[in-house]
Design a protein around this ligand. Structure first.
Ligand code: FAD
Length: 479
């Protein structure tokens, strides 16, 4: 009699190493059928009550990641089966076609997956869920009072007191194949990559999706950059951070692999600081577990009453990198071109949108969701709520970033602005972050005509700051 295969349902865990669900499927001794379901909406979010379409940049990444995974599976005698959703129907159909009676997958924070497991049960499949997205599962991390943490530093300190996460599992050399393979969609037919127009040239130049590239990036970072990370991570022009975020977002590398790669090295301050940032990722995921609607609802309830402005022109200028504040524009153009933005720049542009323009943080979150290759259901809303002052452990709303001083501090030689705002490249350092204060002769010599070659500032920062503080006072009932 034919042995019933196991369906390995892949979502945001597009790797073969350190994959507990895959290991369990192999341990069953049965053939394994790896499957990815495109759910029309965000495939990674199939279990969320309000599903979210993947953004354009993330779709581009997904194509590359699935292609890499399919090649890695083929090298191990297996295949990646591609199907369209809805998920329960796609998996039930596949089970009916192949005789599979079990489906295994990796748990994600953010959604209660029990209804999904029950629906699969009704379709005749045994559903088994495994860890693999996080260092620690949200239920395992509690304060002394038994509550989830709402503040990062005690959360991170607490994680250090727990037993370390298990060492990463090796990738299998082969996966047992079923007697016959079920049909699969062709990846190209999913049109995940843009064609008309093809705006992904900048992404192709910078990124290589896939598990092998993720591990290569980690090794290069640990060898070359980790030592300087603690001091360099805030410098906008220095390529001092790991750029592992899209690889982590799509699960091409596990956080446990990062944890142990760092801990296996002799202690160095830079690598420890890097691991702390991975701790932030963990924190954001645990927050999403508590508040699955974090992209839509402020964690601090008072902010539901915040008097956001409707400013379509301001929002459009911000998106296009034409606010007249060079460091803000540099960040927004880096994002548009490469699908990634430096963390410091994310904080600066975020503060500018929600405080200087008084535009709802959700509009920024949505734009990032569409344009970031690492657009993450946890880190993105948590980052925006932090910036907006309405999240757990957020920067207080009254702390308003000054885009000129931020630029001068974190891009002192102006390399970042010159790279992304070339029309200002010939301005002397002294004026680069504040071109409107330069004498007309200086502007002329640098070929800058404000209002023509580069915009006037969209708002006066000082007046905008006062306006933001007045808006805050309104919701605090102090105005
Ligand atoms: P590194 O400095 O090398 O850090 C290593 C890893 O730690 C990152 O890859 C990431 O997984 C995690 N990490 C680092 N900083 C943070 C942080 N502040 N919060 C959560 N995790 C962190 N990160 C995303 O992965 N996806 C997002 O959609 C996202 N949106 C953001 C939006 C805003 C408004 C802000 C302020 C931050 C956002 N971040 C997001 C966090 C952070 O900016 C990126 O993770 C980081 O810039 C990625 O670059 P890196 O991989 O070189 O980071």
């Amino acid at each position: 009699m034919m042995t019933a295969p196991v369906l390995l349902w892949l979502r945001r865990d597009l790797r073969l190493s350190d994959h507990p669900a895959l290991t369990a499927a192999l341990e069953s001794g049965r053939p394994v059928i790896p499957v990815y379901v495109l759910d029309g909406e965000d495939p990674g979010e199939a279990a969320r009550p309000t599903m979210r379409s993947l953004g354009g940049a993330a779709r581009w990444w997904l194509h590359g990641s699935l292609a890499a995974l399919a090649a890695a599976l083929a090298a191990r005698g297996s295949r990646l089966i591609l199907r369209r959703g809805p998920v329960v129907r796609a998996l039930a159909d596949l089970a009916a076609e192949t005789g599979a009676d079990t489906v295994v997958w990796t748990r994600h924070a953010g959604a209660d997956e029990s209804p999904l497991a029950e629906a699969l049960g009704r379709a005749g499949l045994t559903a088994r869920r495994f860890r693999g997205t996080l260092l620690f599962e949200p239920e395992e991390v509690r304060t002394k009072q038994g509550q989830p943490f709402r503040v990062f530093t005690p959360f991170w300190k607490h994680l250090q007191t727990l037993d370390p996460p298990p060492r990463p599992l090796p990738a299998p050399e082969r996966l047992p194949a079923p007697e016959t393979w079920p049909a699969s969609d062709a990846l190209d037919d999913w049109s995940l990559r843009p064609t008309r127009p093809d705006w992904a040239g900048g992404l192709r130049e910078v990124w290589t999706p896939g598990e092998a590239a993720a591990h290569a990036r980690l090794s290069a970072f640990l060898e070359e950059d980790a030592a300087g990370y603690a001091d360099g991570r805030d410098r906008l022009a220095a390529e001092a951070t790991s750029r592992l975020s899209p690889h982590l977002r799509f699960g091409e590398i596990s956080p446990r692999a990062l944890w142990h790669a760092v801990r296996d090295r002799p202690h160095d301050r830079g690598a420890a600081a890097f691991l702390r940032e991975v701790g932030w990722r963990e924190f954001c995921h645990h927050l999403l577990h508590q508040a699955p609607d974090m992209a839509d609802r402020p964690l601090q309830a008072a902010f539901a009453r915040f008097p956001w402005r409707d400013d379509p022109e301001g929002l459009a200028a911000w998106r296009a990198g034409r606010t007249g504040y060079p460091v803000v524009d540099a960040g927004m153009r880096q994002l548009w071109t490469t699908g990634w933005m430096h963390n410091r720049a994310r904080m600066i542009v975020g503060s500018f949108l929600v405080k200087d323009l008084l535009v709802d943080w959700r509009a920024g979150e949505r734009w990032f969701w569409d344009t970031l290759v690492d657009a993450c259901p946890s880190n993105n809303p948590a980052g925006w709520q932090w910036v907006g002052g309405c999240g757990a452990d957020a920067a207080p709303y009254f702390r308003v970033f000054n885009p000129v001083l931020q630029g001068e501090r974190f891009d002192p030689a102006g390399d970042y602005v010159r790279a992304w705002v070339p029309e200002l490249a010939r301005l002397p350092d002294r004026w680069l972050h504040r071109p409107w204060e330069a004498e007309s002769a200086v502007l002329r010599a640098a070929g800058v005509r404000l209002g023509e070659t580069y915009p006037h500032p969209l708002v006066d920062h000082k007046a905008a700051r006062d306006r933001a503080l007045a808006a805050l006072a309104e919701i605090k009932g102090a105005a």
